[in-house]
Write a protein that binds this ligand. Structure first.
Ligand code: ADP
Ligand code: MG
Length: 389
């Protein structure tokens, strides 16, 4: 168990918080503040107790230099709105001007630092840079679960220079995901989809061992169909994943459920030309873009017999309706289950949000890569760096 912010004295202390404020920016405004809302409990906890809060995050991929479009100003503005208080912001994350601004943070106030990835030392996890981030602070609180799989200076390095505890979001993620990983209710179903199998092979293999049922849809299923020698036309297939698919097919036996029908079209932009096909009836020139209605029903029936479900990876090209039907149906099925339900992955969480079902899941992870690695059984370096209880 990791220490959390609740195990630390925070009153009047200078607390450095690492958030995952890597949010989409559009026209100088935050386009989706889901991750920011998830960070509010920790920030509120700290300011209500009179901590002097300095928060930081990376944003996008500036490549170790200043990129004006990736400054944190829109994030600071949005945070001011969400907390209904002024969040001050500085134009760097280390240096003399920053030192000065940090000194001036009063009890219950928040200062936001500039994008940590404007400095190449961030991703290199340079100790001197981490020490500068820690300078003058009393405590480090890591609430950036979504960035916990990468050992960078502001996520891992800084924990070597300050007492380090998990924030409330980090703690909620670790608690929920550990439950699904270590001690899930039974029967357990694992539902996988999305684009590639190679990103997720460790996760699929782990749940192949653990789960009573494994369901595979999305483009991932195409790779399985191809591995079974079926015609998949112009469907998205991962040639590098065929070997992995064969291995899983061998091992899983009748615990593996693949689509029994699929929605195909020649062109995803011409949805009128789509049809439902048997998985072995796909013609050359056609693309599999969603699971079919029979599959939705079969997957749903089996899921209704389960007590826990983890889901990663959309069932189809959900960004382009009507190819979002399988994904939306999966979201509704999980929402209506009398079971412990967990959704993770950047696109999967977005799909569940779009379907309006996020509130009805037991847990929706804010992690993409961090979720995949944690659930596959790996120790995340930034979690390892936090103090134990
Ligand atoms: P996550 O981010 O939740 O881990 P992935 O990144 O693995 O999920 O996969 C999401 C992507 O997979 C989406 O962009 C979606 O459009 C795509 N996808 C899923 N099924 C198909 C399909 N049949 N054809 C093309 N793209 C697909
Ligand atoms: Mg994705």
């Amino acid at each position: 168990m990791k220490k959390t912010v609740k195990d630390m004295a925070v009153d009047d202390r200078r607390v450095l918080v690492r958030n995952d404020f890597n949010v989409p920016i559009d026209g100088g405004r935050v386009a989706d503040d889901t991750r920011m809302r998830a960070a509010l409990p920790t920030l509120r906890y700290l300011i209500e107790r009179g901590a002097r809060v300095v928060c930081c995050s990376h944003l996008g991929r500036p490549g170790g230099k200043v990129v004006d479009a990736l400054r944190m100003d829109p994030v600071a503005d949005r945070l001011s709105e969400l907390l209904d208080m002024k969040v001050a912001k500085v134009d760097d994350c280390v240096g003399i001007a920053v030192e000065k601004a940090r000194q001036d943070v009063g009890p219950g106030q928040i200062l936001m630092l500039e994008n940590t990835r404007f400095h190449p030392e961030e991703k290199k996890n340079e100790s001197a840079f981490a020490a500068s981030l820690a300078m003058g602070m009393d405590l480090f609180v890591n609430d950036a679960f979504g960035a916990a799989h990468r050992a960078h200076a502001s996520t891992e390095g800084v924990a070597r220079h300050l007492p380090a505890a998990a924030g409330l979001l980090m703690d909620a993620e670790l608690t929920a995901l550990s439950r699904f990983r270590e001690n899930p209710a039974r029967p357990l179903a694992a539902v996988f989809g999305g684009a590639k199998i190679s990103d997720k092979i460790d996760l699929v293999e782990r749940f192949l061992e653990k789960a009573e049922v494994l369901m595979i849809g999305g483009a991932m299923a195409n790779t399985f169909f191809k591995a079974m020698g079926r015609e998949v036309g112009d469907s998205l297939v991962e040639s590098d994943g065929l070997e992995a698919a064969r291995k899983i097919l061998d091992k899983a036996g009748d615990r593996l459920m693949l689509p029994v029908d699929v929605v195909v079209a020649k062109d995803p932009d011409q949805a009128d030309g789509r049809r439902v096909s048997a998985p072995d009836g796909v013609k050359s020139g056609e693309r599999i873009l969603d699971i079919g209605p029979k599959t939705i029903e079969r997957f749903g029936d089996r899921l209704r017999q389960c007590r826990a479900v983890i889901w990663n990876g959309p069932m189809g090209l959900f960004e382009k309706p009507p190819f979002d039907r399988g994904t939306n149906a999966m979201a509704v099925t999980l929402a209506e289950l009398d079971a412990d339900t967990c959704v993770g992955g950047g696109d999967s969480a977005a799909a569940v949000n779009r379907a309006g079902m996020a509130e009805r899941m037991s847990h929706v992870s804010t992690g993409g890569g961090a979720f995949l690695e944690f659930m596959a059984g790996q120790t995340l370096p930034c979690v390892a760096a936090l103090a134990n209880k």
